[in-house]
Design a protein around this ligand. Structure first.
Ligand code: DAH
Length: 354
């Protein structure tokens, strides 16, 4: 259909007027998008429709008409983006528009974290001993050979070193050389506490230990221990028995029995391993106690006179007892955990249970 360029121009002017007037009233981004579709939409936007009619204009007048139409297109596009930016900024400054906020909704519950089973059991162990007069002390995780071995009556080349698979770190102390290692047990704190304080001593030492170990269900290359040490005049094996009996009852139930058997640790004499009667089968025999009726829970003994001597204590005047236990082992017994590797695998399905 032929149309005159005059009519075409009039259409453009009319469109320009209505589009700009409509745009000026828009205060909402969603309505602005509708405006864009109405006027600039590719399929049936009003401008597009007018542009289609350009083919009806005589050839000679078409370039001018096309130019005008293009001008209007640019104008409308520019007006659109100016308005878009303006409304966006306005919305960002208006808190009720920024998020669709329903202040009447109930709050989301906070997810509370829990204690790691090692921490839980460690605290329980501390709570069992502190009322008996034990103070908590902590020591370095990287230790000198002197404290980890020598002062505990485990000299270099002594076969007792084979009990400990060790991560060595080079080190130098003072003028001479001293090996440095990730401590293999918490016992070095016995020597440190005795060096730094004088009797009476009643101290409990929780902490991380390390062994050069391939891991399996009962071995980890790092784990926690709690060490105990009591030194004073007149301490006897009876004090050791009474203290550990009380601990077993507090930790595993008031009806627990306790058993001491001879064992060897270089820093105690006599040395013992300490067991409780199985809390699961009460001694009848089951999977937890491996059908023996007894469960080993720690090593202990009377502080070796040589250890006292090396700490500059007179072993005739002073005696003491010491004990050491693995915290994960106690936790495994308490909660029926079958694989020590679960403790540090960071699996929430495991950790959430405590
Ligand atoms: N330190 C020993 C270990 O890691 C455990 C131990 C045994 C500590 C007897 C003691 C003790 O204090 O008296 O195997």
């Amino acid at each position: 259909m032929l149309i005159s360029s005059e009519n075409f121009e009039k259409d453009l002017q009319r469109l320009r007027a209505t589009a700009l007037e409509a745009l000026a009233k828009i205060a909402d981004l969603r309505i602005l998008e509708q405006w864009r579709a109405d006027y600039l939409g590719r399929g049936d936007g009003q401008l597009t429709q007018i542009l289609r009619s350009i083919s009806g204009i005589p050839n000679s007048e078409r370039p001018r008409a096309g130019g005008l139409a293009n001008e209007l297109k640019l104008l409308l596009e520019k007006s659109y983006s100016d308005q878009h930016e303006f409304l966006k900024r306005q919305e960002a400054n208006n808190p009720t528009k920024r998020v669709e906020l329903d202040v009447t909704l109930p709050g989301r519950p906070l997810v509370l974290g829990g204690f790691h089973p090692t921490t839980k059991v460690l605290r329980e162990i501390c709570d069992a001993f502190t009322p008996m007069g034990f103070q908590i002390a902590e020591g370095p995780e990287v230790e000198w050979d002197t404290f980890n071995f020598e002062l505990l009556n485990i000299p270099t080349d002594h076969p007792a070193r084979d009990m400990f698979n060790t991560f060595w770190v080079d080190g130098k102390q003072g003028d001479g050389w001293d090996g440095m290692l990730l401590r293999t047990h918490t016992s070095p704190m016995q020597a440190r506490v005795m060096r730094d304080t004088s009797p009476p001593i009643r101290v409990l030492v929780p902490g991380r230990c390390f062994r050069y170990e391939s891991t399996d269900a009962t071995h980890e290359w790092h784990f926690f221990q709690v060490e105990g040490l009591a030194v004073d005049e007149g301490i006897t094996f009876a004090n050791l028995k009474g203290t550990l009996y009380e601990f077993a009852r507090r930790m595993f139930g008031a009806e627990r029995k306790i058993r001491f058997r001879c064992d060897y640790f270089p820093f105690v004499e006599p040395g013992v391993d300490v067991s409780i009667d199985c809390f699961n089968c009460s001694g009848g025999g089951c999977r937890i106690c491996k059908d023996t009726g007894w469960i080993e829970i720690m090593g202990a003994g009377m502080v070796h006179p040589k250890v006292l001597e090396m700490a500059n204590y007179d072993p005739v005047r002073y005696t003491g007892f010491a004990f050491g236990m693995g915290i994960e082992r106690i936790a495994m017994l308490k909660y029926g955990i079958e694989d020590v590797r679960l403790f540090y695998g960071n699996d929430f399905r495991f950790l959430r249970q405590f």
